[in-house]
Design a protein around this ligand. Structure first.
Ligand code: LLP
Length: 392
């Protein structure tokens, strides 16, 4: 919930833009650090959630590593000063150039997603006269109970090495002279809010780690991926997820050799709640079905989650009047697509032309998935901190 002082300031900026609460970001990152350090867990921020450099500097300041999925993400974080030792690299389709970059930079681990990828990394490392550290991303076939578009660890998915090929991989691994096997990597899906999913997932991981150890590949590195969900329905009452309960699920259920390093790749949980998309009402109209439609000046080009996943984002009328009048709206964007709708049947304080509207919980997979569709500009970012202001 934005303070009145911040709300008044927002009128100075052209809409739409992303607004980041740097205090909440700082508190969230501090809390993760505090909770993870208790168990010596290593955190890699999944930069795909939001690659904003101001956010990345906060991540860097706290000593977190990075989970990247492209050469450009890798190059950016190296340039910003993230140590190669804290960088892991996942992704089903790494190009030769991207792999070469990872090898020359000496990253902590390639999280390999196929037999062929292992072979190619080995060849490229040999060509460069270097060694590469690799972990195997195994598809554990766990139902994450989330939206199907953000489920990644089930049998029919494109991600990871399947049970069908796991034997072959273990046989071949021993033959690759330029690879240093680290351990196993997983990522079962995103926006997971039921801790029982993680508990079940841990049990699968325990048996896989044992299986590899029995085959002569002791697992010194286990990367459990990301996936922790946030409260999109009530972000103001739950501005950060319960990281204590999350890490608890792993502490209680992972049974690994005590020397095993446990890594996580959180994205959404670190940044979703600190960001909002600020838009302005352009027009009100009535459709033939009798629904009140309000058109705001943002769209799926700036925030695609509602159009792509039917995602719920809370909406706040920042210019709400005190008359208490509320109405039910379809909140629509400007783009020429029927799916460019932020909300249907949403009851909000009356919206009028010129009102500022915040679409909340947009810090993760908001600007990082923004496009220039309809030749929109990628929106600007504005950062605020009540704390900083108070200090001045
Ligand atoms: N690690 C890997 C290998 C991943 O693929 C992802 C996310 C993460 C970590 C971070 O997951 P998180 O902690 O954020 O759940 N665009 C979708 C989300 C896609 C997630 C893709 N992978 C959305 O807006 O909901």
């Amino acid at each position: 919930m934005l303070s009145r002082r911040i709300k008044e300031k927002l009128n100075d900026y052209p809409t739409p833009f992303y607004l980041y609460d740097m205090d909440l970001l700082g508190q969230t990152l501090d809390e993760i650090k505090h909770q993870a350090e208790r168990d010596g867990y290593k955190i890699h921020y999944a930069i795909k959630a939001n690659g904003d450099e101001t956010i990345l500097r906060e991540v860097l300041k706290r000593g977190f590593g990075i989970d990247c999925v492209s050469g450009r993400e890798l190059a950016l974080v190296r340039q910003l000063g993230f140590p190669a030792e804290g960088i892991v690299y996942a992704g089903v389709g790494k190009s030769d150039r991207e792999i070469e970059l990872g090898i020359t930079e000496g990253i902590r681990a390639f999280n390999c997603e196929s037999r062929q990828e292992l072979q190619v990394i080995n060849e490229l490392a040999e060509k460069l006269g270097k060694r590469a550290r690799v972990a195997l991303r195994i598809n554990p076939d766990v139902d994450p109970q989330t939206h199907r578009h953000i489920s990644t660890g089930q049998a029919d998915s494109k991600f990871g090495i399947s049970y069908k090929e796991i034997d072959l991989v273990a046989d071949e691994l021993a033959e690759y002279g330029n690879l240093d096997f680290q351990g196993l990597h997983f990522h079962i899906g995103s926006q997971i809010t039921d801790m029982r999913v993680f508990e079940f997932f841990c049990r699968r991981v325990n048996s896989l780690a044992e299986w590899f150890a029995e085959r002569g590949f002791p697992v010194g590195y286990i990367n459990m991926g990301g996936g922790l969900g946030v409260n999109y329905e009530a972000p103001d009452s739950e501005p950060m997820p319960d990281f204590g309960a999350y890490f608890d699920a792993f502490r209680r259920n992972l049974q690994l050799h005590p020397a095993t390093e446990v890594h996580f790749e959180l994205g959404r949980a670190m940044v979703a709640q600190c960001g909002e998309l600020i838009t302005r009402v352009l027009f009100n109209k009535l459709n033939s079905a009798g629904n009140e439609v309000v058109i705001v000046d943002g769209s799926m080009s700036e925030l695609i989650r509602p159009a792509l996943y039917d995602a719920y984002h809370r909406i706040e009328n920042l210019s709400a009047r005190e008359d208490g009048l509320r109405r039910s709206y379809i909140v629509a964007g400007t783009v020429c697509e029927s799916s460019d709708i932020f909300a249907t049947d949403r009851t909000l304080p009356e919206l009028r032309r010129g009102d500022l509207v915040a679409i909340q919980s947009a810090g993760a997979y908001g600007i990082s998935m923004a496009s220039t569709y309809n030749m929109h500009a990628i929106p600007a970012s504005v950062y605020f901190s009540e704390k900083l202001k108070a200090k001045n």
